[in-house]
Design a protein around this ligand. Structure first.
Ligand code: NDP
Length: 255
């Protein structure tokens, strides 16, 4: 594949965790990436440098995934980057991954916390995808990141999990409406993965890590390398007929 024919993916929240791992694995498969960051420009820059050192091509842009009014400026910056880095006007794969968590029960969750989650995980995903539709090539792919928590209930996850549930419905509608353009849409729902997410609790809290392992068929918590390669393979041509699906990637959590 020459550089001019390599597909381009946009991975939101590619500076750390699952998005960063996904970006590396896409690059390994010959897919160029634009990653976004919110607070960690340094990490995003390091990820771009690492991908480029390995022979890939990448760029990083700032995005607040929960701030819909900023999306026109983001789209303009993306267009400029596609043009200056790739001499293209469009990209191929959108991975809506960026996000934060909240560990509060129904009784504890404030309206502000609820709205923040809704803006990032639900409204932001809807309107960012809407804004990007004209830039995605026909035949492209969309992957929305949900969570195992949309299938099983863990106390303290209600507001977060209901947004993820909404994304799963959104994904099916995207698949239906974008089918005529040959664009597929699928949900990837990771189980509990050891990243910075939620203060790094799955990775750093030994009790939580043990609890996750005890309810997982494969007997451990997930790591980013359990997810990024799966997303990269879902975006390969081998999986072109997979559409409108929710695929849980959890090692068999709470089955
Ligand atoms: P991390 O905390 O490791 O990384 C979060 C990423 O999202 C970072 O790149 C961060 O950018 C970016 N981000 C956070 N808030 C915003 C925002 N408001 N606007 C734009 N970007 C933002 O989390 P994970 O990698 O673990 O999580 C990635 C996705 O996977 C999330 O959607 C999460 O809900 C989901 N998920 C995670 C699970 C887990 O156990 N880890 C399980 C199931 C689903 P920056 O670095 O600049 O701050």
């Amino acid at each position: 594949m020459t550089n001019s024919t390599r597909p381009i993916a946009l991975v939101t929240g590619g500076s750390r965790g699952l998005g960063r791992n996904t970006a590396f694995n896409l690059a390994r498969k010959g897919i160029d990436v634009v990653i976004t960051y919110r607070s960690r420009a340094d990490e995003a820059k390091a990820a771009v440098a690492e991908i480029e050192a390995a022979g890939g091509r990448a760029a990083a842009l700032e995005l607040d995934a929960g701030a819909v009014p900023t999306f026109p400026a983001f789209v303009a910056a993306l267009k400029q980057t596609l043009q200056s880095t790739w001499q293209r006007n469009r990209f191929d794969f959108l991975v809506n991954n960026a996000g934060t968590g909240l560990r509060k029960t129904v009784a504890e969750t404030t309206e502000e916390e609820f709205d923040a989650l809704m803006n990032i995980h639900l409204k932001g995903v809807f309107f960012l995808t809407q804004a990007l539709l004209p830039l995605i090539n026909d035949g492209g792919r969309i992957i929305n990141i949900s969570s195992g928590l949309a299938r099983f209930a863990v106390p303290g996850s209600s507001a977060y999990a209901m947004m993820k549930g909404g994304i799963e419905v959104f994904t099916r509608y995207l698949a239906k409406e974008l089918g005529p353009r040959g664009i597929t849409a699928n949900t990837v729902a990771p189980g509990a993965i050891a990243t910075d997410f939620n203060g790094g609790h799955v990775r750093d809290d030994a009790d939580i890590n043990r609890m996750v392992a005890s309810v997982t068929a494969l007997g451990r918590a997930g790591v980013p390398d359990d997810i990024g390669p799966m997303i990269a393979s879902l975006l390969s041509d081998d999986n072109r007929w997979v559409n409108a699906q929710r695929i849980e990637v959890s090692g068999g959590m709470n089955i």
